[in-house]
Ligand binder design. Structure first.
Ligand code: ATP
Length: 281
């Protein structure tokens, strides 16, 4: 008898609270291995909070969080720590807002840092000596070239522009070859052509097996690159649909929505595969 494929992400009855407010409330969210999910919604919707929850950077006030087969939170269970947390972080790549790079290292060396998660190929002592195996240098160089940074590979990170730093952050996350990639507005500082290239690289060209969750403000950028679009507003799921069903009406409703979880349940979310339909006049 064949076993069901384990999910990469499963959230059950989760709420995240801070400063006396509920920032996120998700009764259920499941993501299968290899799915490419676009996360959209107005400012303050809870998109970054959801990514931080999945990256084990915040703990929920209640509910159960499972990521890549590990239980990050469950009633009565202590937070993941030590080797278990390091193991998770090696398998979860993150492109975060603000892109923290090592200022004195070059774009290429910062990109190579991503490969530290692939311990057998790049043990930590290699980065201390700054002697990197040739195949990894070639791989990092190729990713930077795809992002148009070939000529900037040897420039120190603190001498790069904001957009260039963001590209290095993307290259570093890809170099990690994570099982799960969490990208928070990875194209916010990029010009339109660079944004399209970066999203293609993140969603299409990189290993198909990678599960991807990407926050974007321009949903159109992900046309053809996401399998699923999740709309969040006021910390709640508004819809979870295939991209073909996310129309202008859907987006208008999402960006108008300012529901707060404190106000009690919103109208039921539109589930996957069930398109919202206007009542006939
Ligand atoms: N550490 C914190 N303490 C208290 N409130 C917080 C904290 N971090 C975020 N918030 C609040 O949580 C809500 C959700 O924030 P979050 O950053 O997840 O939104 P977002 O959808 O990513 O927004 P944006 O599109 O502006 O980046 C916001 O109202 C924000 O003010």
């Amino acid at each position: 008898m064949s076993r069901p494929t384990p999910l990469d992400i499963r959230l059950t009855d989760v709420a995240v609270r801070a400063a006396g407010r509920t920032l996120l409330r998700l009764p259920s969210l499941e993501v299968a291995p290899g799915e490419r999910v676009a996360l959209i919604g107005p400012n303050g919707a809870g998109k970054s909070t959801l990514l931080r929850l999945l990256g084990a950077a915040v703990r929920p006030a209640c509910g159960e969080v499972r990521v890549l087969g590990r239980c990050l939170a469950a009633p009565g269970q202590p937070a993941l720590s030590g080797a278990a947390l390091r193991g998770l972080r090696a398998e979860v790549g993150q492109v975060v807002q603000g892109v923290p790079l090592v200022p004195r290292l070059s774009a290429l060396e910062n990109t190579l840092m991503g490969a530290l998660a692939r311990r057998c190929e790049l043990p930590a002592w290699r980065s201390w000596t700054r002697l990197y195996p040739e195949p990894l240098v070639a791989e990092a160089g190729a990713i930077l070239a795809r992002l148009g940074l070939e000529a900037r590979a040897d420039v120190r990170a603190d001498r790069l522009s904001g957009g260039e730093r963001q590209k290095v952050g993307i290259a570093r996350a890809l170099m990690q070859r994570p099982r799960l990639l969490l990208a928070d507005e990875p194209t916010a500082a990029l010009d339109p052509a660079s944004a399209a290239i970066a999203l293609r690289l993140l969603h299409q060209d990189a290993a198909r097996a990678m599960t991807r969750i990407t926050v974007v403000h321009q949903a159109a950028l992900l046309h053809g690159l996401a399998d699923r679009v999740i709309g969040l507003a006021g910390g709640e799921l508004v819809f979870d649909l295939p991209p073909s069903q996310v129309d202008a009406e859907c987006l208008r409703a999402l960006y108008r929505s300012r529901h707060s979880p404190e106000a009690g349940p919103a109208s039921p979310p539109t589930r996957r595969g069930i398109a919202p339909r206007a009542a006939p006049a």
